[in-house]
Design a protein around this ligand. Structure first.
Ligand code: UTP
Length: 411
């Protein structure tokens, strides 16, 4: 009979990753078996492929980029607005709406010790990001008389800590049975030469598979079935780190329903053409988000007759999907992207190395890549100062300080 260990050794040899078993003989039997099983699960061909293509530039020359139609929430007529609100409210009151918050990221730029949602914003009294988000559900409960289900995507790395935080804070007074956590998938992280990094002697380093992992994770964890069973028709998906995220927006929901779209997103206008953000556009006739680096400088600077940037509507990770759209996306494999990140690891002598600079590659899918499956969507431009206060960096731009200032202006 073929021995599992031998199969693993062969596999590792083939892909030049034998170092993963360096300390195998020092491990207890349970850890040995877990490690072998985890190695057998690795798709090395996939990893090699992504790693090999890590420096490949997006070839935009063969793509036709066009502006996308955007509705500016400031220019909606009062009749239309009333209609949107009425339709959106009716849908929420019927229990057709749920929210997913993507909180599986590593938050390396912020450098907070713990899941990003547990970061305390320095207001009086201090509030965690999770509590700030939860407040919005409580307000909606009062306003619409319904308890909106809240699904929170975590990762293997932060799931337990996230749940403990909610437990400790008694779910911020929101009914516990309406808050559900589900874990996204993960992939090994590699060093700059493509070798899988070791976290401990019996464990290689893995990272969450990007916010595009949400669709597979919703499906694998039975959330899509649950949503179907509950007759929920609309799912809002947002990131964890925007303290002004308007997650329960009847205008967005109503406008999406009234105009017959299956998906919609909020956008805010860029502050400058070179602001580092993805913008909505049409790519080869499909909806797309392209980075400012992927379009020519001329296009990035192009203005319309009103002086607004033609490609200036930023993706702020604020998306609405109909259940039909989710069903369409859930089995699609999104393309992997490579992110250069800081990752602590143990070296060949078994010593822990703390990374102060990006030293590792993490493989991720981006959720906005799914938009390219659709030929049209609603992009609703909203006021930046009212709905966009991300916490990304320790200081400076998009930091706790800037988020706090914007948050205080809006409460
Ligand atoms: P970011 O791209 O800002 O990544 O995520 P991050 O991991 O939070 O922070 P850095 O880059 O390490 O500093 C945008 C949103 O997507 C979620 C994050 O939690 C955040 O809400 N996300 C990102 C996931 O849920 N899973 C992932 O694998 C990556």
């Amino acid at each position: 009979m073929v021995n599992k260990y031998d199969v693993v050794v062969e596999k590792l040899k083939k892909y030049n990753q034998e170092h993963i078993l360096n300390w195998y003989n020092e491990l207890d039997e349970y850890t040995q078996q877990t490690l072998l099983d985890k190695i057998l699960d690795i798709d090395f061909e996939l990893l090699n492929n992504i790693y090999r293509n890590k420096d490949k530039k997006v070839d935009m020359d063969n793509n036709v980029i066009e502006p996308i139609n955007v509705i500016d929430s400031q220019n909606i007529s009062s009749d239309e607005l009333e209609k949107y609100i009425q339709v959106g409210e009716a849908s929420i009151k019927l229990g057709e709406y749920a929210v997913v918050t993507m909180a599986g990221g590593q938050g390396t730029r912020l450098g907070h010790n713990g899941p990003k949602g547990t970061f305390l914003l320095d207001v009086i009294p201090p509030k965690s990001i999770f509590e700030i988000l939860c407040d919005k559900f409580k307000i909606a409960r009062q306003k619409y008389g319904v308890i909106i289900p809240w699904y929170i995507m975590t990762s293997n790395q932060n799931n337990n800590e996230t749940i403990e935080f909610f437990e400790k804070n008694e779910y911020f007074g929101y009914p516990k049975e309406y808050i559900k956590f589900f874990k996204q998938g993960e992939l090994p992280m590699v060093d700059e030469s493509g070798k899988i990094l070791m976290e401990e002697k019996g464990k290689f380093k893995e990272g969450p598979d990007g916010n595009g992992g949400i669709f597979e994770a919703l499906n694998r964890n039975g959330i899509i079935n649950e949503i179907n069973d509950k007759n929920i028709k609309w799912i809002y998906v947002g990131g964890v780190d925007n303290v002004l995220a308007n997650m329960i927006d009847v205008v967005l929901l109503g406008a999406t329903i009234v105009n017959g779209y299956d998906i919609s997103s909020k956008s805010v206008q860029k502050n400058a053409p070179q602001e580092k953000a993805g913008v909505f556009c049409k790519k080869n006739g499909k909806v797309s988000v392209v980075n400012y680096t992927e379009i020519s400088e001329e296009m990035a600077n192009q203005k319309d007759s009103s002086g607004s940037l033609v490609y200036g509507d930023m993706n702020i990770l604020s998306h609405l999907f109909s259940i039909n759209a989710l069903n369409k996306i859930k089995d699609t494999k999104l393309e992997y992207h490579v992110d250069h990140k800081k990752a602590d690891y143990i070296n060949e002598n078994g010593q822990k190395v703390i990374a102060n600079e990006p030293n590792a590659y993490k493989f991720e899918t981006y959720m906005f890549d799914c938009l390219e499956m659709f030929s049209d969507m609603l992009v609703l431009r909203t006021k930046r100062e009212n709905e966009f206060a991300p916490i990304k960096n320790k200081e400076g731009l998009d930091s706790p300080q800037t988020a706090k200032e914007l948050y205080l202006k809006n409460i």
